[in-house]
Design a protein around this ligand. Structure first.
Ligand code: M6R
Length: 611
């Protein structure tokens, strides 16, 4: 995720900013930059590591700048590059901003400003903020210009802005992206994360959404967006650096599991208009005709992304009634696949660098197929090589080797893709609107499950020493069973298998005894639910233990399962987004209790760039 640091004081602003940015490196980034102001503005930004930025700053005499802002970028709009790196300026280098978050209506603002003669240099959504401030500052103070600019923005932001017109000031604003102010002796330091300031001070003011703060070296004033003054409490930081980097979580994996209410929202934010039943996937470059002509969708991926693709098969077939095939990338490339006119290939990869998926993409593309990518890493090889564009997950960097938040974001994007295709095949705006409205309920429901993580931990305590585990689900929750089993084996080294529940009687049932727990995903009431209950009885009859992911209010399940982990009520098609969360938590807690290295499990790499 992007990182922000700003400094106003008596020291070299550059030194403080660079040291703060380095503290934020653990969050992942692809480029960095600084803007310094006194009577003039100095800006330097570079793709790659902060050390690359430092190389370009070496030998420049910048110690006389005492005010500045800096940024580490994780690309969302536009590839990682020098130009797309922050800070951004308006047409003239008199205003500079750094921004975390996503400006949803940037395209409309950009068009409005271009019509007024503004010239843009980057592909980012963030650049519009600098141009808007530049536009308003003609007739306003710096603070009023920023306030007017904020009034135009839809989406999320944590912003720092500096201006040549008030070179002793930084203005910061927050909506949805964290920002805090550290108060040191004779200096103020702003940052997106306390780890960037803790070296200098432990006294902080946390900005809330809808607040804007004007900061000079010895004073600060906070306002709401209507310019009314707000009194802020100064608080003390009591944690250590190591706690902060993982934001208090013991492992990145746990942090990433807990980020899912936000990352799920980021995957659909700015892409849906519920009242019009509209899904906008602007990154897909296919013509209207090409989309109308789609007759078959082939989803290609590996590992957890493959499981998301299996969920996608249910979603796209159900919504668009287009046949879907799901292929392991490693198999697709070697079996001389038959591709037909009207095939749409969708490759799915968190990292965007998986060698097998990339090879499958090239195979399909070279045979003339339209290939769309679903990736998390902007500018990754897979994102660049798809000939029909793609959709980014906007999940932020996933650092834990076991993929969690990327999985749920992939499902959200596939849900959107299903509706996007379905609208061309006759789904009405009302039908689509109803599906999209359901989707927007998911973040709160995921939070509900996370708030009950302790119940999962208790189950993990009971089963931490198991040697084997069976995961069973049906329909759209069968891929969830596969994913639950993969998570457990990856990080706790417990042998686990996922099966469609009804397949159990065709073989795996031979394994069931009192030492073999079976984890069922049975989160809804319908005809398949009754059949899954029947499968539970088969396990029980052989003394197997049952852990069941079940819907809140389902009392029947208590008669069959030894342990019930609850999820909120939700329609079938969205249920994987909820049922997978307790399974992620279960694997995490089992691994921790077994003393495993959760974030870097043995033999695994975050991105598998070899065949
Ligand atoms: O980056 P990708 O989504 O292409 O990675 C695919 C698999 O290597 C990946 O999902 C792997 O299975 C993870 N470790 C799962 O947690």
């Amino acid at each position: 995720m992007c990182g922000i640091v700003g400094y106003v004081g008596n020291e070299s602003a550059l030194d403080v900013i660079l040291s703060g940015l380095k503290r934020l490196e653990y969050r992942g980034y692809d480029s960095s930059g600084v803007a310094l102001v006194n009577g003039n503005m100095f800006i330097e930004k570079r793709v790659g590591k902060i050390s690359n930025l430092e190389d370009h700053l070496a030998g420049k005499n910048l110690g006389g700048f005492h005010v500045g802002i800096g940024h580490t970028r994780w690309a969302t709009h536009g590839v990682p590059s020098d130009i797309n790196a922050h800070p951004h300026t308006g047409c003239h280098e008199r205003i500079a901003i750094v921004h975390n978050g996503i400006i949803e209506n940037y395209a409309a603002i950009k068009k409005m400003l271009i019509d007024k003669g503004h010239i843009f240099s980057s592909e980012t959504d963030s650049e519009v903020i600098a141009h808007l401030i530049e536009y308003y500052i003609e007739n306003n103070s710096f603070l009023d210009a920023v306030l007017k600019a904020l009034a135009k923005l839809e989406g999320t932001y944590g912003i720092l802005a500096i201006s040549e017109s008030e070179p002793d000031t930084i203005i910061a604003a927050r909506k949805g992206s964290p920002l805090l102010l550290g108060i040191a002796d004779d200096a103020m330091i702003l940052a997106s994360d306390a780890s960037a300031i803790i070296e200098y001070t432990r006294k902080v003011v946390y900005l809330e959404d809808g607040e804007i703060i004007e900061v000079k070296k010895d004073k600060m004033k906070t306002f709401d967006l209507e310019r009314r003054r707000i009194d802020k409490k100064v608080e003390d930081i009591t944690w250590d650096i190591s706690d902060i980097e993982k934001q208090g979580f013991e492992h990145f994996m746990l942090k990433e599991i807990f980020e899912q209410p936000e990352t799920i929202q980021n995957a659909y934010r700015g892409r849906i208009v519920i009242d019009e039943g509209l899904v906008r996937l602007d990154g897909i470059t296919l013509s209207r005709q090409d989309i109308n002509d789609v007759r078959r969708v082939i989803l290609i991926a590996c590992g957890t992304s493959f499981h998301a693709a299996l969920v996608g098969e249910y979603l796209i077939e159900e919504f668009a009634r287009i046949p879907v095939e799901v292929e392991y990338a490693s198999e697709f490339r070697y079996r001389r696949p038959i591709l037909l006119r009207g095939d749409l290939i969708v490759v799915i990869s968190q990292s965007g660098e998986t060698a097998d998926t990339l090879a499958a993409l090239r195979e399909a593309r070279d045979r003339g197929a339209n290939v769309v990518g679903i990736t998390n890493v902007v500018g990754s090889t897979i994102a660049r090589e798809c000939n029909a564009g793609g959709v980014y997950l906007h999940a932020g960097p996933e650092i834990g080797v076991a993929s969690t938040k990327a999985f749920t974001s992939q499902i959200v994007v596939l849900y959107l893709l299903g509706i996007f295709l379905a609208r061309r095949k006759g789904m009405t705006a009302d039908e689509a609107g109803a599906l999209l409205r359901e989707l927007t309920k998911i973040p709160d429901k995921v939070q509900w499950i996370l708030d009950r993580a302790d119940a999962v931990k208790e189950v993990a305590e009971l089963y931490k020493d198991t040697a084997n585990c069976l995961y069973l689900g049906r329909g759209i929750n069968f891929p969830v069973a596969l994913e639950g089993a993969l998570k457990l084996k990856e990080i706790s080294y417990v042998h686990a298998e996922g099966y469609p529940a009804a397949e159990m009687k065709h073989g795996p049932i031979a394994l069931i005894d009192e030492n073999m727990p079976a984890v069922f995903a049975a989160p809804f009431w319908d005809e398949v639910y009754a059949k899954v209950v029947h499968n539970m009885q088969e396990v029980k009859a052989r003394s197997g233990k049952i852990i069941c992911i079940a819907t809140e209010g389902d009392q029947e399940i208590l008669k069959h399962a030894d342990h019930v982990l609850r999820i909120p009520n939700i329609g079938k098609m969205l249920s994987p987004l909820l049922s997978v969360i307790p399974l992620q938590l279960l694997s995490y807690y089992v691994a921790v209790l077994r003393g495993c290295n959760v974030d870097q499990p043995r033999n695994l790499a975050k991105s598998v760039t070899v065949e």
